[in-house]
Design a binder for this molecule. Sequence first.
Ligand SMILES: N[C@@H](CCC(=O)N[C@@H](CS)C(=O)NCC(=O)O)C(=O)O
Length: 208
Amino acid sequence: MIELHTAQTSNGQRVAVMLEECGLAYRVRSYALMKGEHRTPEFRAITPAGRIPVIVDDDGPGGQPVTLTQSAAILVYLAQKAGRFLPSEPLARTRAFEWLFLAMTDVVPSSSSMFYDAVLVPDKSEANVAWHEARLVDWLRLADARLADREWLADELSIADFALYPVTVVRRSSIERIGGLPRLERWQRALAARPGVARGMAAAEPDR
Ligand SMILES: N[C@@H](CCC(=O)N[C@@H](CS)C(=O)NCC(=O)O)C(=O)O
C-alpha cells in the first residue's frame, strides 16, 4: 500500500491523479496547509522539507519501503512501478520529459509566484502578480499550440499531461482572461472526462 501525504493543491493533485490512473492502491493523509496542519515533528520525520506531496510505498524496489518527495519525481517513480504513462523508446521518453519539465520548471513556478505575490509575501503587489500571470500564459500558449495537431503533449498520454493538468485547472481564470486557449481547453476536457483524473483531483478534499 502507498500512503500519500497531500493537500488540495495542484502539486498534490498530480500525484493522486497518477496513482488513480495507474490503478495503484493508496490511502490519503490530507493536511490543511493554511492551518499549518503539516507543521508537526511527525511530518518532518517523514520529510525534512516539511512539504507535500510525499509518498511512502511499503512495497518499493526489492520489497523495501521507500519515501519520496517532489511531485515530478514521484510521477516518474509511479510510472516505472506501474509500467504506464512513460514511453520506453528513448526519444518518446525524452519528449515526455521535455513537456514534464515545461510543466514543472516553467508553468508551475509562474503559477506559484502569482500565489506568493498575491497571498504570502510581506509586500503584496498586483503588478507582480500580473507579470507572473503574463509569463504563465506565455507557457500555456505554447502548450496550446503543441496540442493543435495532437491529443496529448508527448507522443501518447503521459506523466507530462498529468503534471500540467492540475495547474491549468487552478489557473482557469487566467486562461479566460485572454479569451481562452481552445486546444488546451479541449485537452482539459478530455482529461477531466477520465474517471481516474476526476478521482485524483478530488482525493484530498477535506470531507474524505
Ligand atoms: N516542488 C515541490 C513543491 C512542494 C510544495 O511547495 N508543496 C507546498 C504545497 S503545494 C507545501 O507543502 N507548502 C507548505 C509550506 O510551504 O509550508 C513538488 O512539486 O512536490
